[in-house]
Every structure is written in structure tokens, then in C-alpha cells.
Design a protein around this ligand. Structure first.
Ligand code: HEC
Ligand code: HEC
Ligand code: HEC
Ligand code: HEC
Length: 403
């Protein structure tokens, strides 16, 4: 991104603080996952680096000369009307002039990587870049780019809910299991959920009916994790075995990771509160016997002590890992603070993203998340399961009319 006006930079920064503050303010961590993911996507867009002089951009473009450049070099991929010819190639019709110019400069200077564009832009003069950007920006928005599929407009939570039907037989309708020995999933921490499913898939944990899990894509698994994380864990009656009161003091060693009374605040550590007691007994024994392992979780308790621990945790009140689902439209409302139609700020090169090619949007968002485009800070802030969010927000924008 090229240099911005100091005042504009400050405005963008203030804007982004305002966007993020409700999430940042949420403090301790039930929403840590949301906060991390929001930082992962939004912050890098906000931490816009500074670039070279873009004075050339201020000269009015020669649209006719720009069209000749497009005809000679760009039509094969972007068409003459600015339509990307294949998935993954961005549409450029009616795109913000300054943004197109700055992206081309970024390819030329290798701040954005794409071999074909790097080689091509190296051959182009500043004036040619200026003109071809002006040509594509001058075109009318494309019609009929959106290919609306109903599931494209579903949020990860809604997708997860639709997928969860097949899990309900064993795990309960809302993830509150009523089958003794089968774990509840309601309110469970999402990253733990994803890693548990992966552990079954790669054989570190065994489960019958593994085939059903194998059919799930990575995005499906994340969507399920997000759906279950927002469900409310039900209270449980005391089991017929174990002594909850005797289990409480034994749980002192566990609280540092699993949270006071088994309500975890860490996205990768499972909550134990309100879990099925028979499942807990089996899981704790699995760690004691080393068939499940986790560093720092050394269990040497007797069977009786394990029954007491399970009785204690099963009867605690749990809480949802996610208190409020962020739906794709809610997220888009945050994005629209910068990308929305009503935002008019010619000094800032913010690309239009509605009606953009979906595969390209996914690719661009991943590049930001993985630190391959823009700030390398996003690399550290990214989350493994934000794929589902990227998918859904990309679908949402790809399905909006271009403007
Ligand atoms: C071989 C196919 C191909 C050709 C030819 C090509 N492009 Fe592209 N273009 C792409 C792809 C693919 C991307 C996305 C690259 C990425 O992920 O950064 C892209 C991205 C861009 C972008 C960034 C758009 C955005 O929304 O960020 C601009 C601007 C651009 N091309 C302009 C041009 C111009 C001008 C020409 C002709 C001089 C041209 N391209 C020729 C395939 C091509
Ligand atoms: C046939 C019954 C059954 C069905 C259907 C089923 N599960 Fe399970 N699930 C189990 C049992 C039993 C376990 C405990 C296995 C073990 O001991 O590790 C389990 C464990 C899990 C766990 C680990 C929970 C934890 O606390 O470690 C996850 C996550 C999970 N299932 C997700 C799913 C999803 C997602 C679906 C639907 C796509 C599903 N299950 C369908 C029976 C089932
Ligand atoms: C150092 C942090 C830490 C401590 C201390 C710890 N745990 Fe864990 N525990 C974890 C993590 C992380 C996992 C998930 C590991 C995995 O993915 O296999 C886990 C998993 C579990 C599970 C499996 C839950 C499920 O849904 O399958 C049980 C049960 C459990 N711990 C019980 C305990 C008990 C009881 C204690 C105290 C005696 C304890 N843990 C102490 C971090 C800890
Ligand atoms: C604070 C303002 C701001 C917010 C909020 C914001 N963006 Fe952006 N976005 C930008 C700017 C500036 C760029 C251009 C950066 C560059 O040159 O790489 C950009 C670039 C993009 C691109 C690349 C477009 C292309 O043609 O290559 C996508 C996709 C995108 N944003 C999506 C989003 C989504 C989705 C959200 C909400 C989660 C969001 N943005 C929130 C300012 C913002």
C-alpha cells in the first residue's frame, strides 16, 4: 500500500480501533478466539505499510493508451471488460483507480508476489501502469458476476448447525449428550474441538464410525466447532458413582489449565464442567494409562479418585465458549466501515470487493492472514480455524452485485 496522508492514516487507525474495540473490550477469554481471528483479518489490513511516491497517480490517465496496453497484455486473463477469465483472477472493472495503480506498483516492486504480474509490470513504464489502471477503473461494473448459491450466504454457525444433524443421534440435538459414555459437545472450546476431530482422523484417538468424520472437509469441521461452541451446556444431575465433594480438592491441580470448576477459558483446552461423567472417567484413565497424552497432564490417581473427579466436574455449571455468534453479515458490517459503498475517500486506496471473484477473495484474505501480503504480524495472529470465516465472508462479498 502506498503512502497515505498522515491525517488519513490516523483516521484509518482510529476507525479500526473503533471497529475492534467491542471485541478487544470483551476482556477475558470466552471471546478470545473471536478477538484473535478479528485481529488476524482486520489488523493487518489496518497496519498499512508505507510505500513509494505515487505522484504519477495524480496525473490524469490516458484511457485510450491504457486500453492498448490491456489489449496487448491483459485480455488473456482479465478480459477487455475487466472480467477475470478464471476462478482466482480478480475482476477489475470499476475498481478504484488509485488502488489498481498501487497494486501494480506493488507487484513491480515485489511487495505483492505473483510471478506473471511481476515480470509483466517490470516491463511497463509508470505511465503505462497509470493508463492501464485508469482504463480498467473507467469501465462500468460487471453484471451477473454473482452466482448465488443459498449455502454461500450461510454463516459458519448456520453451516455447522446444518452439519450437526448427523451428530445429534449420539451427542444430543444441541450437543448435550444424554447417552452415558458419549461426550457433550455443547459449549466446547472450538480449537480443542477441531484438534479432537483431527486426532480421530489421524488415528491418535480411536472412535467407531470414523468414516462419518472422514467425509467432513476442514471448513465443515471448523463450522461444526463454531456451532457447538455457542450452544449452552445443560446442568447435570449427580452420577450414581463417585463423590463430588471428595473430587473437588483433587481438581486443584487441574484448574490452572481447565479453568476454575472446569470452565476453560483457553480455546485449545477443553471444558470439563457438565461433561458426561462416564466419558470423563474413561478420558482421565486414558491419560493415566498414556493412551492419550498431553504434556503437563500427569494423572496418577486411583480409580476411586478418578470417579470422584468425574463426579465433581460433571456436576459443575459450564458455559459456552462463544457467547455470541458472529455471523457473516455482522462481520461484513465491520468490513463495510472501509469497504462499504457509502465510504467515499478518494485519498485512500481501498479496493471494492463486492462482486469480486470468490476464489480470488479467499486467496487475498488467506494471504493477509498468512503474512504473505501486507504486514507479517498477521502470521502470528492467525488462527488455524479461521478458514470457515474466510470462506463465508468471501462468499458473501462475491455474491453482492459489483458496483
Ligand atoms: C496470466 C494471467 C494474467 C495476466 C496476463 C494479467 N493478470 Fe493481472 N492478475 C492475475 C492474477 C491471477 C491476479 C491475482 C494475483 C494475486 O493473487 O495477487 C492478478 C491481479 C491483478 C491486479 C490486482 C487486483 C486486485 O484486486 O488486487 C491488478 C491491478 C492486475 N492484475 C492488473 C493486470 C494488468 C494491468 C495486466 C496487463 C498489463 C494484467 N493484470 C495481466 C492474472 C493475470
Ligand atoms: C455413533 C455415535 C456418534 C456419532 C453419530 C458421532 N459421535 Fe462424536 N463421539 C462419539 C463417542 C462415543 C465419542 C467419544 C470417543 C472417545 O472416547 O474418544 C465421541 C467423541 C467426539 C468428539 C471429542 C469430544 C471430546 O470431548 O474430546 C468430538 C469433537 C466429536 N465426537 C464430534 C462429532 C461430530 C462433529 C459428529 C457428527 C459429524 C459426531 N461426533 C458424531 C459418538 C458419536
Ligand atoms: C498443563 C495443563 C493441563 C493440566 C494441569 C491438566 N490438563 Fe487436562 N487437558 C489439557 C489439555 C490441553 C487437554 C486437551 C489435550 C488433547 O488435545 O489431547 C486436556 C484434556 C483433558 C481431558 C479430555 C477432555 C475431553 O473432552 O476429552 C480430561 C478429562 C482432562 N484433561 C482432565 C484433567 C484433569 C482431571 C486434570 C487434573 C488432575 C487435568 N486434566 C490437568 C491441559 C491440562
Ligand atoms: C480499516 C479499513 C479496512 C477494514 C475495516 C477492512 N479493510 Fe479490507 N482493505 C483495506 C485496504 C486499505 C486494502 C488494500 C490493502 C492492500 O493494498 O493490500 C484492503 C484490501 C482488502 C482485500 C483485497 C482486495 C483486492 O482486490 O485484492 C480484501 C479481499 C479485503 N480487504 C477484505 C476485507 C474484509 C473481508 C474485511 C472485514 C473482515 C476488511 N477487508 C476490512 C481496508 C480495510
Amino acid at each position: 500500500m502506498a503512502r497515505m496522508h498522515k491525517g488519513t492514516y490516523r483516521a484509518v487507525f482510529t476507525e479500526s480501533r473503533a471497529i475492534l474495540s467491542p471485541v478487544l473490550r470483551s476482556g477475558s477469554s470466552p471471546r478470545r478466539f473471536v478477538r484473535r481471528f478479528a485481529l488476524g483479518i482486520v489488523l493487518p489490513l489496518v497496519l498499512i505499510g508505507c510505500g513509494e511516491d505515487t505522484k504519477t497517480a495524480m496525473v490524469p490517465p490516458d484511457i485510450g493508451a491504457g486500453k492498448s496496453v490491456a489489449e496487448a497484455q491483459c485480455v488473456g486473463c482479465h478480459s477487455l471488460d475487466g472480467r477475470g477469465r478464471a476462478p482466482g483472477i480478480p475482476h477489475m472493472a470499476a475498481q478504484v483507480d488509485q488502488y489498481l495503480f498501487e497494486s501494480l506498483v506493488a507487484y513491480k516492486e515485489e511487495k505483492r508476489t505473483h510471478a506473471a504480474l511481476r515480470d509483466m509490470t517490470k516491463e511497463l513504464s509508470s505511465a503505462e501502469i497509470r493508463n492501464v489502471a485508469g482504463y480498467y477503473a473507467s469501465l462500468p461494473p460487471l453484471e451477473g458476476v454473482a452466482e448465488m448459491k443459498p449455502e454461500d450466504l450461510m454463516s459458519p454457525y448456520e453451516k455447522g448447525k446444518a452439519q450437526a444433524g448427523v451428530c445429534a443421534n449420539c451427542h444430543g440435538d444441541d450437543g448435550n449428550s444424554k447417552t452415558s459414555g458419549t461426550p457433550s459437545l455443547a459449549g466446547q472450546q472450538p480449537l480443542y474441538f477441531v484438534s479432537a476431530v483431527r486426532a480421530y482422523l489421524d488415528g491418535r484417538r480411536s472412535i467407531s464410525g470414523k468414516e462419518m468424520l472422514r467425509e467432513l472437509s476442514h471448513v465443515d469441521i471448523e463450522s461444526l466447532a463454531m456451532y457447538y461452541a455457542t450452544q449452552t451446556p445443560a446442568r447435570r444431575d449427580a452420577p450414581t458413582f463417585g463423590d463430588a465433594a471428595a473430587g473437588e480438592p483433587l481438581s486443584a491441580r487441574c484448574g490452572g489449565c481447565h479453568g476454575a470448576r472446569g470452565v476453560s477459558h483457553d480455546t485449545a483446552t477443553p471444558s470439563l464442567a457438565a461433561q458426561d461423567p462416564l466419558y470423563l472417567v474413561g478420558a482421565i484413565k486414558a491419560y493415566r494409562d498414556r493412551s492419550r497424552q498431553h504434556d503437563g497432564m500427569l494423572i496418577d490417581d486411583t480409580d476411586k479418585e478418578i470417579a470422584n473427579l468425574a463426579a465433581f466436574y460433571a456436576t459443575q455449571q459450564s458455559a459456552s465458549a462463544e457467547s455470541r455468534p458472529i455471523t457473516a453479515p455482522e462481520l461484513a458490517a465491520k468490513c463495510n466501515r472501509c469497504h462499504g459503498a457509502e465510504v467515499k475517500n478518494p485519498t485512500m486506496a481501498i479496493p471494492k470487493i463486492s462482486g469480486q471473484d470468490k476464489d480470488y477473495l479467499v486467496k487475498a484474505l488467506r494471504a493477509y492472514r498468512d503474512g504473505k501480503r501486507g504486514s507479517s504480524m498477521m502470521h502470528r495472529m492467525s488462527l488455524p480455524y479461521s478458514e470457515a470465516i474466510i470462506e463465508s465472508v468471501a462468499s458473501l462479498y462475491a455474491n453482492q452485485p459489483a458496483r
